[in-house]
Design a protein around this ligand. Structure first.
Ligand code: ADP
Ligand code: MG
Length: 399
């Protein structure tokens, strides 16, 4: 799960991290009121969307030479004018895709006198089973480009969670950022605070770009992206409350209500599978046969009628879907129960597209009998390869 910049900064501030003063706003009036509470005379009006690259982004509804989603305002009147231009309009950045994202929230913050911009991020590094802290003197710009053309300007410091953040990690960060004296100390301290926040909040990614050195000699977090391990959200109700569903895919939200792992893809064959590994294999074999999956969907261990019905509905909402492949292995869940669920769900949603079903496992014969006697035009398949060939043939008949 992702959160907005202002929400991430409020969370980080609780760990002592230095951030510029700022207030979120949903309307032009709120933006003006927010600016009046800040010291001025420089303000920054920042579009809040779950995507980066806002500064260099473009608004669809504004002329091509209009400013982007991060704007420096020199007066309250300018804050008002910028808020009017941004709210309700669609911001397209390198991270949003062509469709862009509608700006519904703004963050009005204090303008900072920047001396230098740095980069600092953290991810869970599965290879080393540690937290990797990635730092660079080249902040503010496209870090992927820095990694590509000048990899020596990026340092990675790994922290063993069993050991925790040690003073030597802080010194390594200060050294990598080429900071000396008090700024070097500050770098170690802010790195420790960020690490503490990362671990305590079960983040899976935290990116500060830029981390800035101000002209008066302080290190501040100017921009941040934060994402959380969804499996841990149950123990962070305060983080869960920050979820902004308008930023998420509606089908994925619907799926999460039924505990279905669903991700929309670009093809035309809807997939309903139990187990992530089997779902991946199913997508692969569809591609091997020359078509593309319309989604990844793992119904999980307990494929009940209710879940299967919800899954069918979600798959069918996608107008690109020309056929559905159900591939279920009945282990703990018996095949006859699954077959009952498929038949009931297919009837309830009045299924109009071809349906190929491959069942295997406990009570497979009873399951196949239920499908055969259902009166529905379900195409049975014997194995994965057979199932893929059959659904590809079916969707090509329709096309
Ligand atoms: P994004 O990465 O989405 O473009 P940022 O918040 O990083 O958005 O802003 C882009 C650039 O705008 C920053 O690299 C920085 O130079 C400038 N900027 C952002 N916030 C402020 C601020 N509060 N004061 C001064 N400059 C800022
Ligand atoms: Mg940024």
């Amino acid at each position: 799960m992702n959160v907005h910049e202002y929400q991430a900064k409020e969370l980080l501030a609780k760990f002592g991290v230095g951030i510029p003063a700022g207030i979120a706003a949903l309307t032009v009036e709120e933006a003006v009121a927010a600016a009046k509470q800040l010291p001025g005379p420089l303000y920054v009006v920042k579009a809040q969307i779950h995507a980066g690259g806002r500064g260099k982004g473009k608004f669809k509804e504004l002329p091509a030479d209009a400013k982007g989603g991060v704007r420096l305002a020199k007066s309250i009147e300018e804050v008002e004018a910028f808020a009017k231009e941004m709210l309700g309009n669609t911001l397209v950045t390198v991270q949003t895709g062509e469709a862009g994202k509608q700006v519904n929230r703004l963050y009005i913050t204090d303008g900072v006198d920047i001396a230098k911009e740095y980069y600092l991020s953290m991810v869970v590094d599965r290879a080393s089973s540690r937290v990797a802290m990635i730092v660079s003197t080249e902040g503010g710009m496209d870090i992927e480009e820095v990694a590509h053309s000048t990899p020596e300007k990026i340092a990675t410091i790994t922290i063993d969670p069993a050991e925790g953040f040690m003073p030597h990690h802080g010194r390594a960060v200060g050294y990598a950022l080429k900071l000396t004296g008090d700024l070097n100390k500050q770098a170690g301290k802010i790195a420790e605070q960020l690490y503490n926040a990362f671990v305590a909040l079960d983040c899976d990614m935290l990116e500060i770009n830029p981390l800035v050195e101000t002209k008066d000699g302080n290190l501040l977090v100017l921009d941040t992206k934060m994402s959380f391990d969804s499996n841990s959200l149950y123990r962070h109700p305060d983080v869960m409350a920050l979820r902004d569903e308008t930023e998420e895919d509606p089908a994925e939200i619907e799926a999460s209500k039924y505990d279905l792992a669903y991700i929309k893809l670009d093809g035309n064959i809807g997939c309903m599978v139990n187990g992530a590994g089997l779902a991946m294999a199913t997508m692969d074999i569809i591609k091997l046969n020359g078509e593309f999956p319309a989604n990844f969907l793992d119904v999980g261990g307990g494929a009940t009628t209710e879940k299967v019905t919800a899954a069918f509905k979600i798959i069918l909402k996608d107008p690109a879907v020309k056929g559905i492949l159900v591939n279920i292995f009945g282990g703990i869940m018996k095949c006859d129960i699954i077959a009952d669920g498929i038949v009931a769900a297919a009837k309830e949603v009045n299924l109009q597209v071809p349906l190929v079903v491959r069942l295997e496992g406990t009570n497979v014969q009873q399951g196949k009998d239920i499908l055969a006697n259902s009166g529905l035009p379900i195409v049975p398949a014997n194995d994965l390869g057979d199932a893929a060939k059959k659904i590809v043939a079916e969707v090509r008949k329709v096309a």
